[in-house]
Design a binder for this molecule. Structure first.
Ligand SMILES: NC(=O)c1ccc[n+]([C@@H]2O[C@H](COP(=O)([O-])OP(=O)(O)OC[C@H]3O[C@@H](n4cnc5c(N)ncnc54)[C@H](O)[C@@H]3O)[C@@H](O)[C@H]2O)c1
Length: 268
């Protein structure tokens, strides 16, 4: 289904690791909606080579970039404008990684070097991307930047560990940079707070299967899937949402506004 919502728009999509990735679905939908974009991921994620399949399918080029490296981001934003033939209209930040989660450190026994990496990769990378973009004046007026987040930024989900802190920081950067970039260039910055979704990053959280069904039962509409998340991203990149900025937008089937459901009550 295409409504040409992104016709003529140029973008950069971070974070398509494999077919399950939310960014993968966003790339497929953005292509259907007429956008041209560059795909990017950490150099280490290129080894699997799956991103090349997506690049072929969406007629796009791939530029490896570690989102924590100012040098890589500068190259990415410069080369993307050359490849796409002008300034950028939209960016998807779909990046998350915690060494503490990967190596099963508890929240009360964190390795602080890894904690810094969690914050750098999963949150400060958004600030770095925005700052490099602003310095290069790489984003068109009314451009739209979306980062993906999770409700553990507002409420405790014990197994989400230090990623919760990273998401809080990510959402704060969204508000703060959104203010400055809005005033100077009318660029908008938002986060979409997505339901738990089966992906490589998602499955790294322990007890994820049980958690997905809990969330499903606690959401009046059920969990929102990856393709629906992609659709929401497309609407946020389009001109139909021009005055939405600095927001954390829940895309969670109603989970965030629900105290309890009868389906959960019935289990007691
Ligand atoms: N899956 C879920 O349940 C869920 C729920 C809410 C929010 N999110 C968020 O959605 C986003 C995408 O995750 P996903 O679920 O599609 O999983 P995913 O594992 O497919 O995507 C995470 C991506 O981050 C990339 N990445 C890691 N370190 C990087 C670095 N240094 N530089 C550049 N890229 C790097 C990975 O290579 C990968 O492509 C993340 O921000 C995640 O926290 C996921």
């Amino acid at each position: 289904m295409s409504n040409n919502l992104l016709k003529g728009k140029r973008g950069i999509i971070f974070g398509a690791l494999n077919e399950m990735s939310i960014a993968w679905k966003v790339a497929e939908r953005a292509h259907e909606e007429g956008a041209q974009f560059v795909l990017t991921n950490a150099p280490i994620a290129m080894r699997m080579g799956e991103i090349n399949t997506l690049a072929e399918k969406t007629n796009s080029q791939v530029i490896p970039a570690d989102a924590t490296s100012i040098e890589d981001l500068t190259k990415l934003l410069t080369q993307s404008q050359e490849i796409l033939g002008g300034k950028i209209d939209f960016i998807l930040h779909s990046i998350g990684m915690s060494p503490n989660v990967r190596k099963k450190k508890e929240y009360t026994g964190l390795n602080y070097e890894w904690y810094k990496q969690t914050l750098d990769v999963s949150a400060i990378s958004l600030h770095k991307t925005l700052q490099v973009a602003k310095d290069l004046d790489a984003i068109n007026d009314w451009g739209s930047v979306v980062a993906l987040t999770y409700i553990a930024a507002q409420r405790i989900f014990p197994d989400y560990n230090d990623m919760a802190d990273a998401k809080s920081l990510l959402e704060s950067i969204t508000r703060s940079f959104g203010y400055h970039y809005g005033v100077s260039k009318k660029v908008r910055v938002n986060t979409i707070s997505q339901s738990p979704t089966v992906t490589t990053a998602g499955s790294g959280v322990s007890g994820f299967d049980k958690f997905i069904s809990y969330s499903e039962n606690m959401s009046p509409l059920g969990n929102a899937g990856a393709v629906d998340c992609a659709n929401y991203c497309i609407s946020m990149f389009s001109d139909l949402t021009k005055f939405v900025t600095m927001q954390n937008l829940f895309h969670d089937g109603g989970f965030s506004a629900t105290g309890v459901t009868t389906s959960v009550m019935d289990k007691f």
